[in-house]
Write a protein that binds this ligand. Structure first.
Ligand SMILES: [Mg+2]
Length: 378
């Protein structure tokens, strides 16, 4: 089998009302999705998505004509492009989809198939009042969720802690609560200061008292030593992070220093399935967890779902979900099969071959655009 063409298309969903992501000072009025399709001489097409493929143009010849199964070779090429230009890991996802389709197996079965389902945690995105967050937590509970994540980003962190207190009071021990401080990286226009170690420690101590399952990104994402120190100081709460660390060697250093309890590389943003699988093996063999970040679109969630179900020891996988502001209709707008949990809180692995992505042809027609992406707020 040979790769004959690579097609990259961009889609833009208008968001009305805008989505106010806690980690972005600017409300988002649109949501971009990029789809990569890898065609072959046997008529099988692999589909990937999750990042913008910036920097791939002009490098198609490095992949076209190749055997799609030479994934380690292709992964090296994409890693080289990542260094020089930008993140093109959706191509790796499309190749894993293609390998599944060519062998007639769902991708997670090619990766290890520890399980065919995994508990989702509802990863909320907005900052809302303690009362509203507590009401939304009740709804999550009714829908079957067993865990949820709350965003911090108020000017005064005590206002963030009040939200966790209200949720804990409302739902008791029926939901695990994760907290995302979003201190690891910033949008280009965000010039607010990042937490220091002592502030992160004070917050961790408070959250420990509230039985929080993990505290995510309490420090800058390359402060490997600070994170390791925090982890040793705040022993009663897990420290999570790594969603935007881009290279294998970052994770090697973090693992060596003991920076995190939960490692969150996202296959759509860092290393594809090929590299993240190796990172996951490394951190899990050191006793830490792998639970990928999944906040791209539904196809990105699905790709992470395949790898997590295949190898992860962590009980939960992130599902971006914060109705009414972030819904499956928005998140999965280019695909037919919207992702939802069952009544017990599980996401089930699709059983068709490959990743199981079915594009919504009507949406693909309606939301297509050809503009060059210049890093504006979407
Ligand atoms: Mg996060």
């Amino acid at each position: 089998m040979k790769i004959t063409a690579i097609e990259i298309k961009h889609y833009l969903l208008p968001l009305e009302p805008p989505f106010k992501a806690a980690w972005d000072p600017n409300p988002r009025k649109k949501f971009a999705s990029t789809v990569v399709q890898v065609h072959t001489d046997e008529g099988i097409t692999g589909i990937g998505s999750g990042d913008l493929m910036t920097g791939f143009e002009g490098h198609e010849h490095l992949i076209i004509g190749q055997d799609p199964f030479a994934i380690e070779r292709h992964s090296q090429v994409i890693d080289n492009i990542d260094f020089h230009y930008g993140r093109c890991w959706p191509l790796d996802l499309a190749l894993w989809d293609l390998m599944g389709k060519a062998t007639g197996q769902p991708t997670y079965k090619l990766l290890g198939a520890r399980s065919d389902k995994i508990l989702a945690y509802a990863s909320t995105g907005e900052m809302v009042t303690p009362e509203v967050r507590a009401d939304r937590a009740q709804l999550l509970l009714e829908q079957g969720f067993k865990a949820m994540k709350i965003r911090f980003h108020h000017k005064d962190v005590r206002d963030d802690i009040k939200v966790v207190e209200a949720v804990r009071k409302s739902i008791g021990d029926k939901l695990e609560i994760m907290v995302d401080a979003n201190q690891g990286w910033k949008m280009p226009w965000d010039t607010e200061p990042t937490w220091d170690l002592k502030k992160a420690y004070q917050v961790a101590k408070e959250l420990e008292q509230l039985g929080v399952f993990w505290l995510e990104e309490p420090l800058q994402s390359h402060d490997f030593r600070g994170l390791a120190q925090l982890r040793q100081m705040a022993t009663g709460i897990r420290i999570a992070g790594g969603e935007m660390n881009r290279r294998m060697h970052d994770f090697r250093e973090m693992n060596f220093l003991g920076s995190l309890d939960v490692y969150q590389p996202d296959v759509a943003l860092t290393g594809g399935i090929t590299q993240v699988r190796k990172i996951a093996d490394m951190v899990q063999s050191s006793g830490a967890w792998f639970s990928p970040h999944t906040w791209t679109n539904g196809i990105g969630v699905m790709a992470n779902l395949h790898l997590a179900a295949a190898i992860s020891h962590c009980p939960y996988l992130e599902l971006p979900y914060d109705p009414p502001s972030w819904t499956p209709e928005r998140r999965d707008f280019i695909q037919q099969n919207k992702l939802n949990i069952d009544s017990e809180g599980y996401l089930h692995l699709p059983q068709q071959s490959g990743l199981g992505v079915e594009l919504d042809l009507e949406a693909v027609e309606r939301y297509a655009y050809n503009k060059v992406y210049v890093g504006e707020s979407t």
